[in-house]
Ligand binder design. Structure first.
Ligand SMILES: Nc1nc2c(ncn2[C@@H]2O[C@H](COP(=O)(O)OP(=O)(O)OP(=O)(O)O)[C@@H](O)[C@H]2O)c(=O)[nH]1
Ligand SMILES: [Mg+2]
Length: 397
């Protein structure tokens, strides 16, 4: 009898878990010569999934339990490591525990590995596969895989982002865990694991998979963030294949807060410009007064967006109104930097035009653009270090 150990990562899946395990075990009927065991890998779910899993494991020797830190990558990698060191599997497998994937994919995955493939991939996009999600989620899953196919390769793989997989212990041991971003709290583990597996020379096969909407619980996938991760990871992997070992994924992930801040700054500039024009044209307000009001509206816009988006994850000790006052002072500092810079540049270069083919750009506009990078850096650094200063020890969970 050969043994398949299926890793089931769970985070708040109490209402889905037991039913899904039942469905996984049913697949034994279609897999003569194999016995199935499951390893539930939970990250201290607040809904009590871990307690339920421990109860199930105590009742059934084919159910195992492991608690790990947060993140899908941590759950999958440490799950398989535990499986190898404690459960002696012939085949390693993994499935989402929320029941979105029809469990019969396991039969096709295991058979493919048994036929001699090192890695079998569940895929919604091969013949027989189905994606029953909402149209927007379908676009998102198809888009992520296309980005991987084109930028990272190989082009012949149709689905990069699904968790349903089976592979040999030998392949898992060959994966370069140092290059795999498995510590990140991101679903990037799926395309990244696949990429690293292929770099080891793994023979792979895609098998059809049916993917449904969730019956219970909620999604832990953050769509926009995931898209960003997929694009930057795919570029990283492409550079690596070309022999350029620059940790693009790592650095762009670290730079994410800065990029969000820059995006907010851009919306602020548009708001400032828009209101400035509205006040002058529709309310006949004098330009200087209009600028005062439009800038303050832009400051409120930027403050709100930075608070609910850019720095949302920060645990701060200051109150909202205190942050707002500091933010205004910081913005005034930025204004002072910009005014000083323009004054200096004007003293140095005076008035004139920069001729760019048929277009002539007045120097005063060049001065304007020159102020953007230093002011943005000033605003970012001070708001990062003061306004939304992170105090992780405030986190009581
Ligand atoms: N152990 C562990 N499991 C996780 C973590 N995050 C997600 N999971 C599990 O990974 C699987 C996939 O997560 P989902 O939230 O279902 O993501 P998804 O299937 O892409 O999104 P939906 O289609 O909206 O469900 C589920 O079984 C989750 O419970 C985590 O931090 N730790
Ligand atoms: Mg899911």
């Amino acid at each position: 009898m050969k043994k398949v150990v299926v890793v089931l990562p769970t985070y708040n899946e109490k209402r889905n878990l037991e039913k899904f395990i039942g469905e996984v075990f049913k697949q034994e009927n279609e897999l003569p010569g194999f016995k199935i065991e499951v390893l539930i890998v939970d990250s201290s779910s607040p809904d009590g999934t871990g307690e339920l899993a421990q109860k199930l494991a105590a009742k059934n020797p084919k159910i195992h339990f492991l608690n790990v830190g947060r993140g899908l990558g941590v759950a999958l990698v440490q799950g398989h490591q535990y499986s190898l060191s404690h459960l002696k599997p012939d085949i390693l497998a993994q499935l989402d525990a929320d029941g979105q994937v029809e469990a019969d994919v396991l039969v096709r995955l295991v058979k493919a590995v048994d036929e001699g493939f090192d890695l079998a991939l569940g895929s919604r996009f091969v013949e027989g596969g189905k994606n029953k999600l909402s149209p927007s989620r379908q676009l998102f899953s198809a888009g992520s895989s296309w980005i991987c196919r084109i930028i990272m390769g190989p082009i012949n793989i149709k689905e990069f982002t699904n968790s349903a997989r089976a592979f040999t212990p030998a392949l898992f041991k060959k994966i370069n865990l140092n290059r795999l971003p498995w510590h990140e709290q991101s679903f990037i583990i799926q395309p990244a694991f696949l990429n690293e597996a292929i770099l080891t020379g793994a023979k792979y096969k895609e098998v059809p998979l049916v993917f449904k909407n969730r019956a219970e619980g909620y999604s832990k996938n953050k769509v926009v963030q995931y898209m960003y991760d997929v694009i930057t990871y795919a570029i990283d992997a492409r550079l690596h294949k070309w022999g350029i070992n620059f940790d693009f994924y790592h650095y762009t992930r670290r730079a994410r807060t800065f990029l969000k801040f820059g995006t907010v700054g851009l919306t602020g500039t548009l708001v400032d410009f828009g209101f400035y024009n509205i006040f002058i044209n529709f309310f006949s307000i004098a330009p200087a007064t209009a600028k005062g009001f439009s800038t303050e509206i832009a400051i409120i816009n930027n403050f709100t967006l930075n608070n609910v988006w850019t720095f949302k994850y920060r645990k701060t000790t200051t109150k909202l109104w205190q942050k707002f006052i500091i933010f205004n002072i910081v913005s005034l500092g930025g204004l002072a930097i910009a005014v000083t810079m323009i004054k200096l540049l004007h003293m140095l270069y005076g008035d004139g035009f920069w001729h760019l083919g048929p277009i002539s750009i007045p120097f005063y506009n060049l001065y304007f653009f020159a102020t953007i990078p230093p002011v943005m850096i000033w605003n970012f650094v001070v708001n990062h270090l003061v306004t939304w200063r992170n105090h992780p020890e405030q986190d009581t969970h």
